[in-house]
Design a protein around this ligand. Structure first.
Ligand code: GLN
Ligand code: ZN
Length: 750
C-alpha cells in the first residue's frame, strides 16, 4: 500500500504572488520576452511554491507541472484534443515551452482567422476555464512529455510531488459537443487513456480532481464512473478529490474499489454526510476553506478531524485549490488591524493545515490555537460585525402593479416605441485610466481628477445625443470596477493592496472583502448622475450594482447567512435609490450580471437561493415610486433556467445579453410569458467588429417575434468599457438606425 500522507493543499495557485506569470505571459505575447523567459518564469514560480509548501511542513505537494493559462486547457493539451481549427497553427521553436504552445494560446485567445474556445465560470467560482470542444470523432492522443518532465524535476529536487489532473468525468462533463454527440460517450475510452498516463507517473500519489461528483448525476453515470475508477485504482496511490459541494455522492460512488484516498470539501458541507465513508481509504479532509479568506476555527476543526480519525486514516487539506484566494497577508500592511487579525490568505492557510496535521498527530501548538480562538471571539463580538435591526417587512420588497407603473412611467418619460439605450459604461480610454493612476499616486488633485471625469461625462452625453439614443447613461468613467467602486464607498467592505486572484489566463482581480455590517456613510453616485442629467433633456439612468453581484464578486462573511448580508447591502442601495429619485432620476438601473453565478450546483438548493437573491434585489429597488423606471441588466451566462426568477425581480426593464448566444433567450422569454420590459442585446460587444446593419436588423426582427413590441427595448449586450470609440460610435449608429427602421415598420402596420 502507498504510504499515507497527512497534510497537503488541494491545489496550487499559478499566477505568482506578484503576478509574475501574468507579466511574463503578456511580455511573451507582445514579443518582448522569449519562450525561454516565459518557461523560466513559470519554472521558478512552480519550484518556489513547492519549496514553500514543503518548508511549511506539508508532506505531500500538489504539482500540475507548469501551466500557462488554465488547467482545463492543460488537460486539452495533455490529451491532444485542441479544436480542429487550430491544428494548422505552426509550431514555432519556443525554446523551453511545450511543443504545441502556439495551438495552446490560439485556443485560449483566438487568431485573426478563428475565434478562441468559449470560456466560462468554473462551477460556482469566479475563475474561468476554457471549454473543451469534442465530437464523436475525437481521438485522444496523449502528449505527456511536458508533464512527465516537470514531475520528474520536482522529484529530483527532493519534493514529494503529487501530480494533480482533472479527472475524466469532470473534463467531459464540462466539454461542449461540436456535432450534437454527448462528450460523455468518451468516458470509458478516456479512463483507458488515463490508465496509461497514470502508469507512467513516477510518484507515490496521483490526484484526480472530480468536482463534477458534487453535482446532480444520474445513477447509471455514477455506475460508469465507479467502473472507470475501479480500473484506475489498480495503479495504487490514486486519490480522487472533490470540492465545491457535499462529498456524500462521491463517497458512495467511489468507496470500496481500491482507491488510495478520497477527498471531500468539509467547508461547503459540514460532516454529517460522511456516513458514506467506510474508513477503508485515506480521507483527505478539506477543512481549511480554500475559497474564502477567513481564519479557520482551529479548535472546531481539530474536533471534527479527531472524530473522523476515530473511524479511519485522515489527512488535513484545504477545501479546494488555493487558486481562489490571494497569496499572502504579509503585503497587506494597510488593512484595518482589527479585521486583519480575522483573515487568512493562502500562506496563512497552509500554516493552518500544517498546524492541524501536527495537532492531529498529538502535537497541539497551544499558542496558535489560542490565537485563533481569540481572533474568532473578537470577530464575533466586534462592533464592526454587530447585526443591525433592520425590521424588514414584505411590503418593503413590493412595488405597485406593473401596469400602473408602466402608465406612470409612460407619462413621465415620453419615449418612442422600441426605445434605445446602452448598458452603462462607455470606452475606458487610456486617458481615463491614466488620470485615475495619477490621482491614486497623488500626481493630480481630487479636484483635477473630478474635472477630468466630468469632462468625460459631458463628452459621453454629447455623443449619445448626437447618436440619437433615447435613454442616456453617464458612462461610468469614475468607476475602476463595478463592484470595487461601491465597496470603496460602503462601510463594511475593505479592499486589499495586493490581494490578486487569477480570473482567467493572465487576468487577475482583487475581490473586496465584505467583513462587517454594511452601511452607506454618504451618497455614492448622486453627484455624477446629477451632473450628467444637468447636461441633457433626455433621461439619464442612475447606475448601481445590485446586492447579489456585490456579494458574488467579493469575499463575503461566513458568520451569518448570505441572505442576511445581501439584505444589508440592499438596504444601503435602497438609500441610494431614494437619493437618486430625490435628485431627479426617472430611470435607475441596478445591474445583476452575476445573479446566475451564485446559483447552487445542486437543484435541491436552488429555490432557497433564488428566494433570497430576488428578495434582496427587490428590497434595493422597491422604495422607488411608480413613475421611476427600474432597469436591471444581466450577462455572462445563459439565463433560460432562471427566467422565472428574473420575472420575480419585477424590474420594469431587463436588458440581457443575447446577441452573443444567438438570441437563445428569446424562446424562454416567450414561453415564460415574460410581461415586463425587456431588451435582448442586438449587438455582441465582445469583439471590436462593427455589426452589419442587416445583422442588427435581423436580431431585432427575431426579438419582435417573441416579445410584445410595446415592451421591447433596443440595446447592446453589455457595457462598452472594453471597446474603443471608433467601433462604439459606428456600431451604435447601426443600432439606432435599426431601431428607427423597425419603428416605422411598426407604425405602418398599426
Ligand atoms: N453597467 C455596467 C457596465 O456597463 C454593467 C457591466 C456588466 O454587466 N458586467 O459596464
Ligand atoms: Zn453586462
Amino acid at each position: 500500500m502507498t504510504p499515507h500522507f497527512t497534510s497537503t493543499i488541494a491545489g496550487a495557485p499559478r499566477i505568482g504572488a506578484r503576478r509574475e506569470l501574468k507579466f511574463a505571459l503578456e511580455g511573451f505575447w507582445s514579443g518582448a520576452l522569449t519562450g525561454r523567459d516565459l518557461s523560466q518564469t513559470a519554472k521558478t514560480l512552480t519550484n518556489a511554491y513547492a519549496d514553500q509548501l514543503a518548508g511549511a511542513g506539508l508532506d505531500s505537494i500538489p504539482t500540475s507541472g507548469r501551466s500557462y493559462y488554465d488547467a482545463m486547457l492543460d488537460t486539452t493539451a495533455l490529451l491532444g484534443v485542441f479544436p480542429e481549427r487550430f491544428h494548422d497553427v505552426a509550431d514555432h521553436d519556443n525554446d523551453g515551452l511545450p511543443t504545441h504552445i502556439d495551438r495552446y494560446f490560439a485556443t485560449a485567445r483566438g487568431t485573426v482567422e478563428f475565434p478562441a474556445s468559449a470560456m466560462t465560470k468554473w462551477f460556482d467560482t469566479n475563475y474561468h476555464y476554457l471549454v473543451p470542444e469534442l465530437s464523436a470523432d475525437t481521438r485522444f492522443i496523449l502528449d505527456d512529455s511536458a508533464l512527465l518532465g516537470d514531475v520528474q524535476d520536482q522529484l529530483t529536487r527532493g519534493i514529494n510531488a503529487r501530480p494533480v489532473l482533472i479527472g475524466p468525468l469532470t473534463y467531459l462533463s464540462l466539454a461542449r459537443s461540436t456535432d450534437g454527440s454527448d462528450p460523455l460517450d468518451h468516458l470509458e475510452t478516456l479512463f483507458e487513456v488515463y490508465a496509461r498516463l497514470l502508469a507512467k507517473l513516477p510518484t507515490d500519489w496521483v490526484q484526480l480532481d472530480e468536482p463534477s461528483l458534487v453535482t446532480d448525476l444520474a445513477p447509471d453515470l455514477l455506475q460508469r464512473v465507479r467502473a472507470g475508477y475501479t480500473r484506475l485504482a489498480q495503479r495504487g496511490g490514486v486519490f480522487v478529490n472533490t470540492f465545491f459541494g457535499a462529498g456524500d455522492q462521491a463517497l458512495r460512488t467511489l468507496t470500496g474499489i481500491g482507491l488510495g484516498a478520497i477527498g471531500v470539501d468539509l467547508v461547503s458541507d459540514g460532516v454529517t454526510p460522511l456516513e458514506a465513508w467506510t474508513g477503508e481509504e485515506l480521507l483527505v479532509a478539506g477543512i481549511v476553506d480554500g475559497r474564502n479568506i477567513w481564519r479557520t476555527d482551529l479548535c472546531a476543526a481539530l474536533a471534527t478531524l479527531r472524530r473522523l480519525q476515530a473511524r479511519g486514516p485522515v489527512a488535513v487539506s484545504t477545501s479546494c485549490s488555493l487558486l481562489h484566494v490571494p497569496y499572502s497577508l504579509t503585503p497587506e500592511t494597510a488593512l484595518n488591524p482589527e479585521v486583519r487579525e480575522w483573515l487568512a490568505f493562502g500562506e496563512e492557510k497552509v500554516a493552518e493545515v500544517a498546524a492541524l496535521a501536527r495537532a492531529l498527530a498529538g502535537e497541539v501548538d497551544e499558542t496558535l490555537f489560542d490565537a485563533a480562538a481569540a481572533s474568532l471571539a473578537d470577530r464575533r463580538h466586534s462592533v464592526l460585525t454587530a447585526s443591525r435591526d433592520a425590521s424588514i417587512t414584505d411590503a418593503d420588497r413590493k412595488r405597485g402593479p406593473f401596469e400602473a407603473r408602466l402608465a406612470a412611467q409612460e407619462q413621465a418619460l415620453d419615449l418612442p416605441p422600441l426605445p434605445t439605450t446602452t448598458i452603462g459604461s462607455f470606452p475606458q480610454t487610456q486617458q481615463i485610466r491614466s488620470a485615475r493612476a495619477k490621482f491614486r499616486t497623488g500626481t493630480i488633485t481630487a479636484q483635477e481628477y473630478g474635472d477630468a471625469m466630468r469632462a468625460e461625462v459631458a463628452d459621453v452625453i454629447a455623443r449619445q445625443e448626437e447618436l440619437g439614443l433615447d435613454v442616456l447613461v453617464h458612462g461610468e468613467p469614475e468607476r475602476n470596477d463595478m463592484v470595487q467602486y461601491f465597496a470603496e464607498l460602503l462601510d463594511g467592505f475593505l479592499t486589499t493592496a495586493n490581494g490578486w486572484v487569477q480570473s482567467y489566463g493572465s487576468r487577475c482581480v482583487r475581490p473586496p472583502i465584505l467583513f462587517g455590517t454594511v452601511t452607506r456613510p454618504t451618497p455614492m453616485t448622486v453627484e455624477w448622475f446629477a451632473y450628467a442629467q444637468s447636461l441633457t433633456n433626455r433621461p439619464v439612468k442612475g447606475m448601481l450594482t445590485g446586492p447579489v453581484t456585490m456579494l458574488a464578486w467579493s469575499f463575503v462573511r461566513d458568520d451569518q447567512p448570505l441572505a442576511v448580508t445581501a439584505d444589508q447591502v440592499a438596504l444601503a442601495l435602497r438609500d441610494e435609490v431614494s437619493d437618486l429619485v430625490e435628485a431627479g432620476a426617472k430611470v435607475i438601473q441596478v445591474d445583476e450580471p452575476a445573479i446566475r453565478e451564485l446559483l447552487p450546483l445542486r437543484r435541491a438548493d436552488q429555490a432557497a437561493y433564488t428566494e433570497w437573491a430576488v428578495g434582496a434585489f427587490r428590497l434595493a429597488i422597491a422604495g422607488a415610486p411608480d413613475e421611476v423606471q427600474i432597469h436591471t441588466h444581466m450577462c455572462y451566462s445563459e439565463f433560460n433556467e432562471l427566467i422565472r426568477s428574473i420575472i420575480d425581480l419585477d424590474a420594469d426593464v431587463t436588458t440581457i445579453e443575447a446577441a452573443r448566444s444567438d438570441m437563445q433567450v428569446l424562446a424562454a422569454l416567450k414561453s415564460s410569458g415574460f410581461h415586463l420590459g425587456v431588451g435582448p442585446g442586438v449587438w455582441d460587444i465582445h469583439s471590436p467588429r462593427v455589426p452589419e446593419p442587416a445583422e442588427v436588423a435581423g436580431l431585432l426582427t427575431a426579438a419582435l417575434e417573441s416579445v410584445d413590441p410595446k415592451r421591447l427595448w433596443v440595446n447592446p449586450d453589455c457595457g462598452l468599457k472594453t471597446r474603443g470609440w471608433e467601433e462604439t460610435t459606428a456600431s451604435l449608429k447601426v443600432l439606432v438606425a435599426a431601431a428607427e427602421q423597425a419603428r416605422s415598420t411598426l407604425l405602418q402596420r398599426a
